[in-house]
Design a protein around this ligand. Structure first.
Ligand code: NAD
Ligand code: TYD
Length: 357
């Protein structure tokens, strides 16, 4: 049986990947997550007791813990998602981003390399270290053009700079040491279980609480949106069929301005949860001070992964957004627990019950 480490598997994308792999593969998943504010075991409720899912509350900066996990579980590969992931937080406090995204990736690479060196030749050749990264490493686009795998790196925020640094480390570990690595750079994700600090869940959450919907600047910045399950499928495909040393860009082909996104959300909420006074949620929109250094536009050319691995997203932006709004409306508890901090208490209770260290 294939055994794979998934780091950051209690986060938004990691939990979607773990749910997908438990449902649609026979892999054994060792889920390694420190459970920062962004890690939420409630997102893993569907797989928590599954015999092929093992959760370890561990920090990727902790070399001794990683060495123990490699020795105990002897994985066939690593899919590395653990990171600090929010641009605004990186502007207010970049330190954690340097520690986890750069030093943590370095520590994980070294632990993986130490383990990999002890494998026999065929296991060595089959091993994969897959690094999950962002299109933000490429910087900002003007009105035209798309990011390809050969676009020069030009990160602008502490977050994207830390991810760019980690991408370079991963690439260097193959070039220098021969560790078989893969890198994926993906556009903005949305979907269930996303922490309500990112644009889409924040707007849904605020709208439902009748709070202002804060649109940075003029709302004309463009992001290329991808439904999270499509990203998870792409990650599985790259792990199974990607060529070591290669980078694969992953994107939804769904460019929208932030204002378009917020307007679409308001329309969906008006339909799915009309306000009692009959007025539109769009009345809550407010234009606020812009984010410092705000990248204008991201857009991905996903032609390589389509041609070489046959990946295309299943959800359109319209279908994915409708599903996302429906999920948040149906899962008031998930968001209420995050809002109140209750999910952290749930975690403690859950550790005690499960004996998670
Ligand atoms: P997230 O913030 O929702 O989850 C990150 C997870 O990593 C959390 O569960 C957290 O507890 C864990 N973590 C943080 N520091 C850790 C540490 N030191 N040790 C172990 N675990 C730690 O993030 P996400 O949105 O799911 O993003 C996952 C990955 O995908 C990140 O590497 C991010 O850069 C990348 N990515 C995200 C997007 C997006 O739109 N969200 C797009 C492209 C790429
Ligand atoms: P975000 O979800 O933080 O992702 P990223 O910065 O990684 O692209 O933000 C998406 C876009 O939405 C970005 O252009 C900033 C903007 N934005 C707002 O206008 N208001 C908000 O409250 C947030 C969180 C983001």
């Amino acid at each position: 049986m294939t055994t794979v480490f998934v780091t950051g598997g209690a986060g938004f994308i990691g939990s979607a990947l773990v749910r997908l792999l438990i449902a649609n593969s026979d892999w054994r998943i060792i889920n390694i997550d420190k459970l920062t504010y962004a890690g939420n075991l409630e997102s893993l409720a569907a797989v928590a007791d599954h015999p092929r899912h093992v959760f370890s509350r561990s920090d990727i900066c902790d070399r001794a813990a990683l060495d123990r996990l490699f020795a105990e579980h002897r994985p066939d590969g690593v899919i590395h998602l653990a990171a600090e992931s929010h641009v605004d937080r990186s502007i207010h406090g970049p330190g954690e981003f340097i520690a986890t995204n750069i030093s943590g990736t370095f520590t994980l690479l070294e632990a993986a390399r130490g383990y990999w060196l002890g494998l026999d030749d065929s296991a060595k050749a089959a091993f994969r270290f897959q690094h999950v990264s962002t299109d933000e490493v490429y910087g900002s686009l003007g009105a035209t053009g798309l990011f390809t795998e050969t676009t020069p790196y030009s990160p602008n925020s502490p977050y994207s700079a830390s991810k760019a640094a980690s991408d370079h480390l991963v690439r260097a570990w193959m070039h220098t040491y021969g560790l078989p690595v893969l890198v994926t750079n993906c556009s903005n994700n949305y979907g269930p279980c996303q922490f309500p600090e990112k644009l889409i869940p924040l707007m849904i959450n605020n709208a439902l609480a009748a709070k202002p919907l804060p649109i940075y600047g003029r709302g004309d910045n463009v992001r290329d949106w991808l439904y999270v399950d499509d990203h998870a499928e792409a990650l599985r495909l790259v792990f199974e069929r990607g060529v070591p040393g290669e980078t694969y860009n992953i994107g939804g082909g769904a460019e929208r301005t932030n204002l378009q996104v917020v307007d679409s959300l308001c329309r969906l909420l008006d339909l799915q949860r009309p306000r009692s006074d009959g007025r539109s949620y769009s009345e809550l929109k407010r234009f606020v001070a812009d984010r410092p250094g705000h990248d204008q536009r991201y857009a991905i050319d996903a032609g390589k992964i389509a041609r070489e691995l046959g990946w295309v997203p299943r959800e359109s932006f319209e279908s994915g957004l409708a599903r996302t709004v429906a999920w948040y409306l149906a899962n008031g508890d998930w968001i209420a627990h995050v809002e109140s901090g209750e999910y952290q208490h749930w975690l403690e209770k859950n550790y005690a019950e499960r004996g998670v260290a």
